[in-house]
Each structure stands twice: as structure tokens, then as C-alpha cells.
Design a protein around this ligand. Sequence first.
Ligand code: PNW
Length: 443
Amino acid sequence: MRSFDKDFLWGVAASSYQVEGRGEGPKAECMWDVFARNGGTIYGHNGDVTSDQFHHYKEDVKLMKKLGVKSYRFSLSWPRIFPESINEEYAAGYDYYHRLIDELHKNGIEPHVCLHHWDVPMHLMNNGGWCDRGMAYAFEVYAESAFRNLADKVTMWSTINEPWCPAFLGYETGEHAPGLVGQTQKAFDAAHTLNLAHGLAVRKFRELGCNGVIGAILNLMYPRPATNCPEDILASDRAAEEGFYMFTDPIFKKRYPSRILEARNVTVPVEEGDMDIIGEKVDYLGINYYTESAVEFDPSAPEQFSFVQTHYEKTPMGWDVVPTGLYRLINQVRRNYGDGLPLYIAENGCAADDKLAGSDESRVHDHERIEYFKEHLKQIKRLIDEGANINGYYAWTLVDNYEWALGFTRRFGLVYVDFNDKRRVPKDSYYYLREVIAGHEEI
Ligand code: PNW
């Protein structure tokens, strides 16, 4: 049996803005600071005061070690490294990451560095942020700086976490920074700049001859067809064009899906040579999975599909719990891009209504989360047993943190954090996952 063998990479994932807190030293304002101040987030909460990993990293690494994970995926804070402008690297901005990485190594945990997870410095937003292709070249400068400073200590890299989110939540629904609503063309412009930025970073990694692997991290969305009738199956495929093929086809096929552009009356501002840059070979694909929606054919909608109601239980995010959706999604990736491509589940987890329990408040009985992990891991096992090239699994996330526009009202951690005194309390799901990783709990 191959699944979850000794080489399987168990990990936890997090992001700079969500866990670090303000920390120390110079730091540029980022687009989430401004979005929060302008009312884009619950109670105006921002990432200044969160789980404060900047000061609690030793405690968190210890928690990782006791959990048994072999990899920690975290992102670098672009605003710490380029606090003033993209022309001035602030090398001391890496000091915190050196401390964190050394602590990880000391504890037998491999750092997996994600270059960017949404905290764009404000001094780069003036020309339109990701809608401006100049951002891709600014990102290339930043990526090169990160490789030069950390590549001797880090062998697993990823470029940009979930580019769909800043593009479509940032410019179309307005739920994420910078919070523009209904700017569909801008969302597609941003998607292209993000793809280009990804490609430039991968190319730079190769040019510099860095050791190790680099990949993309995508939250692929593949809504299932409500029924098996051909129109609904076509609707499902069309729905996948925005949240899936817009990001995978450029990387793996050097092209954009076409029907979505026509249906939404937008273009993608591709310039000569862009597709070769974006199509620069990656070493793996990281896939983030939380939920799956369902669609049906709808001739009255411009995209010709609409989302339908489902019977699934929902998490506090309002997201359906659909473990089999992960199975369908990965099989779609396999059908489109083959089994030669190494895959990682780069995020999976759920929010739950966690409460401290016990007379000394030392427990959190998060049974929904245990169920969630168990059912998703079963699907991963099934996939691996059927030949899927899945090499690792990152739970989202180790400690409760800043959940973007929802502030501190949603908890995703395996470990509860009291945001007042920063006390960490492992939840039951932490102890569950530890048994799984140790091989004591049958999946
Ligand atoms: C991912 N959506 O975000 C992110 O990578 C994490 O930073 C985040 O904490 C986690 O999932 C949980 O939300 C997403 O609305 C946020 O479709 C929103 C969506 C998708 C992913």
C-alpha cells in the first residue's frame, strides 16, 4: 500500500499577513491594511495583532514538531522586505525568516516558502495593483531577492497563493482587497498579471540555478454538474473555466480558455512572449481544496450556467462539506494534465465554532473538524491507491489566525489561540491528526 507511506509529506500551511502580526522593524502598509481601515473587513480588524507568530514562532515550531509534520508552508511578507519601494531591498527584513527557518531545521521540519499570499505593499498599488502588468516585473524583483537571500536554506518554494482570489474577489465581488466590485475586465487583467508574475518568478529561479523545487498553488474550482444530463455537464465545464482553467491552462498548455472570455465579454492582455514565460515548467502543482459547488445549465445567464442549492452540511464559512469533490477535482486535474505532474494538497481544513472547554479551559472539542479531516483524507487515500501522484498534504492551519475579511470571527486552526494573551491550546483535531501522521489511526 502506497498511500501515506514514509515519504508522504505531512505539513501545515499559513500565511504572513494572517499569522505574523505587526512584528518589528520597518514594514510597508499593505493592501489589506488599507482595505481593513476602509471598512472592507469585519469590525475593521486587520493583521496587526493576530496570533503573533513573529514573537511566538518557537512555540509554534514546537507544536509542529509534536504534531509530527515534516513541512511548514508559510509566506514571506513582501512589505517587510521592500518597506519603501521596489528599488530598495531591506535585507534585515529577512532576519525573522532566518530565525524561523533555523528553528524549523533544528526541529527536523522543512520550510516551504511561498513568495506571496496577498499582502501587496501599498507603494506598489498606485498604478492599479495587479491590473497593471508592471506589477509582474516588481514581483520578479522581489522573487529574485527572496531566492538570493534564502535559497541556500530552502528547497521547496511556491510562487503566488491562489491567484484567483486577489483577481476575482479583489476586482469582481469586492470581498477581498482592494475591494472593487463588478470590474470584470480588471479581474481578468489581474489574473493575467498574476500568472505572468508566477512565470517570471519560476524563470528567475531557474536562471539563478537554485536548488530544490518550485510550483504554483491554486484553489481550483470545479463545480459538479447538478445532474448527468449533457447540458449540465457542459455547464460544469464552463464554470471551471474561470476558477480552474484560467490558471492551469496557461501554465500547462500555454493558452487561456476561450469560451469564458467570450461569454463575459473580456479579453486577456497577453503580449508577445507572455505565454512562454507563464508556461515555464513547474516542478509540482499545489492544490487548495475546501469545498465544491454545483451548477446547472442556464440559458438566461451570460455564462450559461448558474449555481444550485445543495443538501450538504455547511461550515461556518457557509461552504458545503463535500469530500468527494476533492476526488472529482483531482481526477479532473489528472485527466487534463496527466499523472506525470507531482501534486500536493497545499491547503485543506475548515472553520468551526470552537470553544475552550474543561475546568481549566485546556481543551477544544472540535469534532466537526476531525470528521472533516477524516473524510477528506479518505478521498486522498482513495486517489493515491488509484494512481494519483499526490505527494503531500498541508492542513490549513496550525494556529487560529486572521481570516481576511472575516477577521477573527472564523477559526481554522488545529490549535486554538486566545487573541488577547496569545495562549495556544491544541484542539482535539490536533491530537487526531497526530495519530494519523504517526500511522496509528486507520484512514
Ligand atoms: C484560502 N473564496 O482562502 C486562503 O489561501 C487562506 O488564506 C484562507 O485562510 C483559507 O483559504 C480559508 O478561507 C480563500 O471565497 C478565501 O472562494 C476565500 C475563498 C477561497 C479561498
